[in-house]
Structures are given as structure tokens and as C-alpha cells.
Design a protein around this ligand. Structure first.
Ligand code: ADP
Ligand code: MG
Length: 909
């Protein structure tokens, strides 16, 4: 049995009479199971709307870490007493804090009046408090403890679901209580208070206890109301985005049973009490537990027993007929068994009940049965939460701390002991410490605010770092216009020599017409891989392109060695390939995709203007790359090749797509580097003779900005990346937009954030110091929407970066800012190109296709979408189709070679 001692009773024994209120462990285990099921229902996306236990996300994700500091205000509304507080938190390593507060009454006309009146009253009290503490001239952050069920959408935003307890204020339900409080505070022009957080008293209790005991992850209130909160795994919270980490869930367990789930346990007295309450049918679990209703339950029982002649000789007093005449404090006093019956006698006498000794014993017993049932039910639901925590952590034994606050628990002489004992019986595999919170509900709001304040300060710093990466539409438009101007400089004879966007003629004057055929060799140099290809093109009805290729590595020492070594290596690779394909004897026409800026005088002559990306071989700049290749072939003296064309990869891409779609007149690369080519009218190309037809211009737009024209949008990180590159000061636009550099920009930002103490606990690890560790492919992985934060953490771990959950959120944000800017800048450039094409054609509306290649464009989860959106925004008169090229630099080079060969043959005939 649950009851202490036994009393000899007559037939009138309340023990028999109230048999239904005594709950065996079996029944409690059953209640526990029902509550567990209800929690799952409340957490589920599809089941939440019908769940009685609302399981409200609180947006409190972290407990205090001890680094909080500052001066905070709090307002505590909804508990037994309303008060305003000032809490000082010291970052002195001793987790110390100082609290001063002032209580205010909550008159009935305020808590059952209008919303405006209520919040004005709260603001007035706060002002009074601030004046009394001489705080009115300080700007202080405020935490708002609001102990009613609210649907929160942020830490500082939450709509009241329903009033509970004694409150019934008009026009508040469904509205955001924080903005109401803010509005009321703004009426006082002389104070400046910033409401940073709203919390439920349960959360406040957990946070306050969490400040002292890091194991605390449950908050429990047994007072005027009853409720509990606990730290739930984010992955189980369907209603909040994100899977990583934990968030405090305010169970609002007071509503348990509102769907009838506890009807078998409710007695006629529970029903009667409910009918006479402010919110009939609601908070049925709370009405069996909380102090607000205990006395009333006792009164209803005594009244019935008296009416039936079982007590007080059947004489009902007016007091006994009066609602709420018996209060919790009476129940507590009567249950002081150590003091015998004197308290009981006194209380009953005050109610004009003239009790006999037997009456006193019976009444004492009624009190015990009612308050014991409260502890039992509370224990059952708490046991369900503890079991859930244990299962979430996948441990056999759980060690945890429950922070508790509330008048019933604090003042009732037997309540804590009973609760602890039953909990330990129901969940023997949980080692629970019950920690009484010191002014938990009130101070807790300040603690939550202190944590929020710390996080907000960090957020501000992070935002400041990333702000220069957010480009407005106006800025992007300016970039487009500047690009457009640079395109013109590059085309004009006078300005051409000094232009940063070089606008190199390619001598590719037409797109394939489908009559091309034959076997061709192609070389692809200038990207990540060096490749040799054999391309077989068929014309006519069996039109097709077949390709065989082999990838060769170019070691760093060759990329950055002498020109002769580089070209000897290339020829060595060609020899291997010819051997491998068994075609060493055939003198095949060759197209050389050479993806660096080359000044061409014809299709098979190209003088290297300057190396870009990862190349820096000596004695090449200013030389003809076709000559260098021919010489290397001659040096080797093993085979001969007919070098027909030197081709930029952008041109190859355009040609490949042009083979499928004749409307394709632009080629774009977003890979290791960034570049564009397009078909320009001959009459606009001043440095090439002739005004008829079109020629493809390799813009080499990567050099955009090398004259400083976009320095206004370059960040210090861009400058650092530039300074650490092989070609400092050059290719500034490319360094903001292409795969070779994005990861490096991210790394520079991460270093800075770490230095500011915002990441990786302020520790710059060895790996973070390594140039190039942050490859652009990691940006793609990290930014993938399908990836849980846990996986982001794993990626960072592989890079040697030991990150917390918060770190990985920040890293993901940094990657997003850098890649988004890249895509937007690239889009702004492309908008300038399509606009130029539109004006060239003199049409109101242009329909055009852009052939695109490059792994950044193809594999990054957002790059292509953002680029396309930007083009649409900045060039609204152009309808641009983006076409992915299949191996533009291989197939395209062969197609160009084929076209050139065809034209050459025609010329000879
Ligand atoms: P290239 O431009 O060198 O001819 P690619 O178009 O394949 O070749 O681009 C390679 C570049 O793409 C790499 O240098 C790297 O910066 C970037 N990259 C590689 N993998 C990814 C990825 N998964 N997501 C985004 N960018 C990537
Ligand atoms: Mg490429």
C-alpha cells in the first residue's frame, strides 16, 4: 500500500470511500505507458495536432556553459506570484550570480481583464522595479517567464495557446506575447529594454539548476500548476527544422487526459471540480495534481461525506459550501502528522465545522489520499520522461538531475519524499538527483537570456564577418555594368592592349553543321586533369560522336617547372596514349584544348598571354603553344601529328552544345577556373580584319577587376587568397567565382572566426593552417540539403577539424555565403554577355542557349540555381537556356578541328 500507517476506521473510512484515488504501482506503470505514448504523439508531425500533450519546442538549445556574463532583467508571470527581477551573472569561474527582485500583486481585474491592460500592468511594474533599483537609464536584456502553454516559433516569439490556472485575459490567445510586452514597454519612452527570450517556468527551472549541475536536463514544476520540460533530441522533434543537437521540450503535461485518456482514473470529485473551474474539460491532469486544486478537491470530498452524514454529524457549514475555501496551505498543515491533529482541528474549527477527533483523523486522511495521488501521478509522468531520456541516450542506466520548483513540492511536508520514492520504484534503472531550484522560474528567464545574449553577441560577430559577402541587387547590377564596359574595352583597338578582360579572337567562325566526320585527336590541358582523347565523328544519318580518353597526372613540379619539361611530359603522355590505342602510325589531325588566355592570329596559332589557375611553367608566356608542342614532338622524334586548332575550353563547350542546339552561342566554364566565350559580330571586333559574319571571342573574363574596378566588393579574405596565389593581383574575378579558390576563401574566413573565438573553441588547428585543405568539393558536400549536421561534423573531422554542433552550423553558413556570392557574381557577368548579344541582334527579346561545363556548376547543390536566378533578375529581356555540355573540351576540340579541317580542305580545292 502507498499510505503511511493505518487508522482504525468505521464504515465511513475515507480509505474505502476514496478507494478510487489510491493508485497501485501497476496502475502507475500503466499511466506511465500512456504518457509515453502521448509524448510520441505530441512530437510527431502528423499526430501533433490531435495530441493533448503538446510537446512544445522552446528553442532553448543549450544549457549555460559558464561563460555567460552580464546584467539581466526578468519578469515572472504565471506562477503563484508575479515579480520583476534583476539578475547579475558573473563569468568568474565560480558560476556565481546575484538576484534582486520585487513582488507585485496580480489583481483579479488584471488577470481576468483585457490583454492590453495585462501587458501595460506588467510594463508598469517593471518600470517601477527599475526605478526602485535605479536601472531605468540602462539598456538591459530581459527574459520573460510566461508560464502558460505557448507555441513558440523563436526564442523570443510565442503565441499563447490557452490560459490555464486562474488567468483568463481577453484577446491574448493566439497572439505573440513577446510583441505585446514589447509594445507595452515602448510606451515608456524613458526605458530601453530588449526582450530577448520568453521561457516557461519549467524551462527556467531547468536552466537555473543547469547552471549549478551540468547533469540537469529535466525541469519540473509542482505548484499552482504542474508541468515538465526536458532536453529532447532534435531528430525526434518533427516540428522544428534540423536534426542535430537537442532542444528543450515543454511537455505541457497538464493537459494529459483532456481526450479522456485518464477518465477511468478520474473520480466524481475530479469531474465536479473541473465543471466549476475557469477552463472546464481542460488541464485534467493538472487538476489532479497541482496545488491550485488540491484544497478544492478536499473540500468537495468533505462536503459530500458530510452531506452523507459521514462527517461533522452531517452538519454542513457555509464555509464548506464556499468554493476554494480550503487551500493548499491548509492541506499541508493538516498533513503535518508530527503535530498530531491540532492543525486539523484548528482549520476545521475555523471553517465552523466543530470536528470530533474521529472527524479530524478522517479529514487528515482525505488530505493524504488526495496529495499522495498527486505525487503518484506526477511520478508516473516523470518516470515516462526519464525512460525516454534513457532510451534516447541508448544507455542501460541513466544518471540525471531533475530541477524542481513549485509551492506544493516546496512546502508540503511529505510530498518530496513520496515523489522520489515512487519515481525510484517505477524506474529502477534511473539514478535521479532531485535538485530544488532557488527561485528557478524567475532566475531561469535571466539564465536563458544570458545564454541567448552570449549567442546573440556571437551571431552579431559572425554576421559582421559574412556581411561583405551579401551582395545587393544594386551591387550586382553595378558588377554587370562594369563587366559590360570591360567587354567593350577589350574589343576596341585603342583600349584593347590595356584591357583586363582581353576579349581574345579565337578564329572559330562557325558552329558545326553536322557534315563533319573523321577521326581526331584532342588534348585537354588546363583543368584538374590532363587528358588525351581519340574522337570519332560520324556525319549523316548515323551522326554520332565516339570518344576514348586517358587521364594523365601532371605533377606539380612539372606544372611549375620549365616549359620544355611541361611539353615533353605532354608528348610523353600522347605517346603512351597512341601506343595504348594502337594508332601510333596514323598522322591524325589534332585539336589542342589549352584553357589559358592565348592571343591567336589564326586557329592554329596561340600565344600564351599568362598562366592562370595552378600553372606556372617558365619560358612559356609570350610563346606560341602550338610551336612549343610541335617542337616537343620533334624532340621526341617518334610520331607526327597534324595540329589543326588550338582551342579554349569555353569554345569547346560552346561548340559541343552548338552541335545539338544551333541557338547555343555562348560557352561558360565554372570549374577550376571561370571563363566565358560567345559569338561576336565581326564588325565589333576591331583588331580582326573584316566585318562579315561572326567570330567566337574568348573573353577571359577571369581577369575582370584586375584594374581595381571591383575592389569595392573584394573582402580581406579575397585579398588574402589572392596574395597566397601563384599569380597575385591577377584574375581577381576568377578568384571570387571559381572552384580553385572558393574553398580557400572559406578557410580564410574560418581562420578569422576562430581567431575571434567564434569557432573551434578559439583553437586554430594544424590542419586549418594548411593551404588548400578546404577543397571546393567539401563546400558541395557541406551545403547539400540532404546532409544532417552530424555528417557535416564528420566531414570536418576528416579534415582534422574537431567541431561542435554549433561549429558545424557556422561552417555551413560560411560555405553558403561564399558559394552564393560566387554564383551571383558569375550570373552578373553572364547577364552582361547576354545583354550584349541582345543588343547586337537589335531585338527586344533574346532567346539564347548557353553551353556550360565545369564541376562547380554541375555538382554544387545551389551554384547553378543561384547563377540562373541572377541572370534572370539582371537580364529580364533575355530568355536564357542553360545546356550542360558533355565533355566540351574533348568533343568540342575535335569538332573545331573537324570544322577547321573541312574549311581548310575547301580552301585548298
Ligand atoms: P576543370 O575546370 O579543371 O577543367 P572541372 O570542371 O572538373 O575541371 O572542375 C574541377 C574543379 O571543380 C576542381 O578544381 C574543384 O575546384 C571543383 N570541384 C571538384 N569537385 C567539386 C564538387 N563536388 N563540387 C563543386 N566543385 C567541385
Ligand atoms: Mg574542364
Amino acid at each position: 500500500g502507498n499510505l503511511p500507517g493505518t487508522c482504525s476506521m468505521k464504515a465511513a473510512s475515507p480509505q474505502l470511500y476514496l478507494y478510487h484515488m489510491r493508485l497501485s504501482d501497476d496502475v502507475l506503470l500503466d499511466v506511465m505507458a500512456r504518457f509515453q505514448a502521448e509524448m510520441v504523439k505530441g512530437l510527431g508531425r502528423d499526430t501533433n495536432s490531435t495530441a493533448t500533450v503538446k510537446m512544445l519546442p522552446t528553442f532553448v538549445r543549450s544549457l549555460p556553459d559558464g561563460s555567460e556574463k552580464g546584467d539581466f532583467l526578468a519578469v515572472d508571470l504565471g506562477g503563484s506570484q508575479f515579480r520583476a527581477l534583476e539578475v547579475k551573472v558573473f563569468n568568474d569561474g565560480k558560476q556565481s550570480s546575484q538576484l534582486e527582485s520585487k513582488f507585485y500583486p496580480t489583481p483579479k481585474e488584471v488577470i481576468q481583464g483585457s490583454g492590453t491592460e495585462l501587458f501595460n500592468y506588467v510594463a508598469d511594474c517593471l518600470l517601477d522595479f527599475m526605478e526602485s533599483k535605479n536601472l531605468q537609464h540602462k539598456k538591459l536584456p530581459l527574459g520573460f517567464t510566461f508560464s502558460f502553454p505557448c507555441k513558440q516559433t523563436k526564442l523570443e516569439e510565442g503565441a499563447l495557446l490557452a490560459w490555464t490556472k486562474h488567468f483568463k485575459v481577453r484577446g491574448v490567445q493566439g497572439t505573440d506575447v513577446v510583441s505585446s510586452l514589447r509594445k507595452a514597454l515602448q510606451k515608456h519612452k524613458d526605458i530601453d529594454v530588449d526582450v530577448l527570450a520568453m521561457v516557461n517556468d519549467t524551462v527556467g527551472t531547468m536552466m537555473t539548476c543547469g547552471y549549478d549541475d551540468p547533469h540537469c536536463e529535466v525541469g519540473l514544476i509542482i505548484g499552482t500548476g504542474t508541468n515538465a520540460c526536458y532536453m529532447e533530441e532534435m531528430r525526434h522533434i518533427d516540428l522544428v527544422e534540423g536534426d542535430e543537437g537537442r532542444m528543450c521540450i515543454n511537455t505541457e503535461w497538464g493537459a494529459f487526459g483532456d481526450d479522456g485518456a485518464l477518465d477511468d482514473l478520474r473520480t466524481e470529485f475530479d469531474r465536479e471540480l473541473d465543471l466549476g473551474s475557469l477552463n472546464p474539460g481542460k488541464q485534467l491532469f493538472e487538476k489532479m495534481i497541482s496545488s491550485l486544486y488540491l484544497g478544492e478537491l478536499v473540500r468537495l470530498i468533505l462536503l459530500k461525506m458530510t452531506k452523507e452524514g459521514l462527517l461533522f454529524n452531517g452538519k454542513v457549514s457555509t464555509a464548506l459550501l464556499t468554493k476554494d475555501k480550503i487551500e493548499m496551505k491548509h492541506v499541508c498543515a493538516m498533513e503535518k502528522y508530527k503535530e498530531g491533529l491540532s492543525n486539523t482541528k484548528e482549520i476545521l474549527t475555523e471553517l465552523n465545522l466543530f470536528p470530533s477527533e474521529e472527524d479530524c483523523i478522517a479529514v487528515q486522511h482525505v488530505c493524504t489520499i488526495v496529495s499522495f495521488r498527486s505525487a503518484n501521478l506526477c511520478a508516473a509522468a516523470l518516470a515516462a520522461i526519464l525512460t525516454r531520456l534513457r532510451e534516447n541516450k541508448k544507455v542501460l542506466r541513466l544518471r540525471t538531475t531533475v530541477g524542481i520548483d513549485g509551492g506544493l513540492y516546496k512546502t508540503h511536508p511529505q510530498y518530496p519524499k513520496r515523489l522520489h520514492k515512487v519515481v525510484r520504484r517505477l524506474v529502477p534503472n534511473c539514478d535521479v538527483r532531485f535538485l530544488l531550484s532557488q527561485s528557478g522560474s524567475a532566475k531561469g528567464a535571466a539564465m536563458v537570456t544570458a545564454v541567448a545574449y552570449r549567442l546573440a553577441a556571437q551571431r552579431k560577430q559572425i554576421d559582421a564577418v559574412l556581411a561583405p559577402f551579401l551582395l545587393s541587387l544594386d551591387t550586382l547590377r553595378e558588377v554587370k555594368n562594369k563587366m559590360r564596359a570591360e567587354l567593350e574595352y577589350g574589343l576596341k583597338r585603342e583600349t584593347q592592349a590595356s584591357a583586363t578582360v582581353k576579349m581574345l579572337p579565337t578564329y572559330v567562325c562557325g558552329t558545326p553543321d553536322g557534315t563533319e566526320s573523321g577521326k581526331f585527336l584532342a588534348l585537354d590541358l588546363g583543368g584538374t586533369n590532363f587528358r588525351v582523347l581519340l574522337v570519332k565523328i560520324r556525319s549523316g544519318r548515323r551522326r554520332s560522336v565516339q570518344m576514348y580518353n586517358k587521364i594523365f597526372a601532371i605533377p606539380l613540379e612539372i606544372m611549375q617547372g620549365t616549359g620544355e619539361e611541361l611539353f615533353d611530359h605532354i608528348v610523353q603522355c600522347i605517346a603512351d596514349f597512341l601506343e595504348y590505342m594502337g594508332i601510333k602510325g596514323a598522322r591524325l589531325p589534332l585539336g589542342f584544348t589549352f584553357s589559358f588566355p592565348c592571343r591567336q592570329a589564326s586557329i592554329d596559332k596561340g600565344t600564351l598571354v599568362g598562366w592562370t589557375k595552378g600553372f606556372k611553367a617558365t619560358d612559356c608566356e609570350g610563346e606560341d603553344v602550338v610551336d612549343m608542342l610541335r617542337e616537343a614532338i620533334r624532340r621526341r622524334n617518334e610520331f607526327d601529328l597534324d595540329i589543326v586548332a588550338v582551342v579554349n575550353d569555353t569554345v569547346g563547350t560552346m561548340m559541343t552544345c552548338g552541335y545539338e542546339d544551333p541557338n547555343c552561342e555562348i560557352g561558360l566554364i565554372a570549374g577550376t577556373g571561370s571563363n566565358v566565350c560567345y559569338m561576336e559580330d565581326m564588325k565589333n571586333i576591331e583588331i580582326v580584319e573584316g566585318n562579315e559574319g561572326k567570330m567566337c571571342i574568348n573573353t577571359e573574363w577571369g581577369g575582370f577587376g584586375d584594374n581595381g574596378c571591383i575592389d569595392n566588393i573584394r573582402t580581406k579574405y579575397d585579398i588574402q587568397v589572392d596574395e597566397g596565389s601563384l599569380n597575385a593581383g591577377k584574375q581577381r574575378y576568377e578568384k571570387m567565382t571559381s572552384g580553385m579558390y572558393l574553398g580557400e576563401i572559406v578557410r580564410q574566413i574560418l581562420i578569422d572566426l576562430t581567431k575571434q573565438g567564434l569557432l573551434f573553441r578559439g583553437q586554430i588547428s594544424e590542419s586549418l593552417r594548411k593551404r588548400g585543405i578546404f577543397e571546393t568539393k567539401f563546400l558541395s558536400q557541406i551545403e547539400s540539403d540532404r546532409l544532417a549536421l552530424l555528417q557535416v561534423r564528420r566531414i570536418l573531422q576528416q579534415l582534422g577539424l574537431d567541431s561542435t554542433c554549433e561549429d558545424s552550423i557556422i561552417v555551413k553558413e560560411v560555405c553558403g555565403a561564399v558559394s552564393r556570392r560566387a554564383a551571383q557574381l558569375c550570373g552578373a557577368g553572364l547577364a552582361a554577355i547576354v545583354e550584349k548579344k541582345r543588343e547586337n541582334r537589335g531585338v527586344e527579346h533574346l532567346q539564347i542557349t548557353v553551353g556550360v561545363d565545369g564541376t562547380l556548376y554541375k555538382l554544387h547543390p545551389h551554384f547553378s540555381r543561384v547563377l540562373q536566378e541572377t541572370v534572370r533578375e539582371l537580364a529580364p529581356q533575355c530568355d536564357v537556356t542553360f545546356m550542360l555540355s558533355e565533355d566540351g573540351s574533348g568533343k568540342g576540340a575535335a569538332l573545331i578541328t573537324a570544322v577547321a579541317k573541312r574549311l581548310h580542305n575547301i580552301g585548298r580545292k
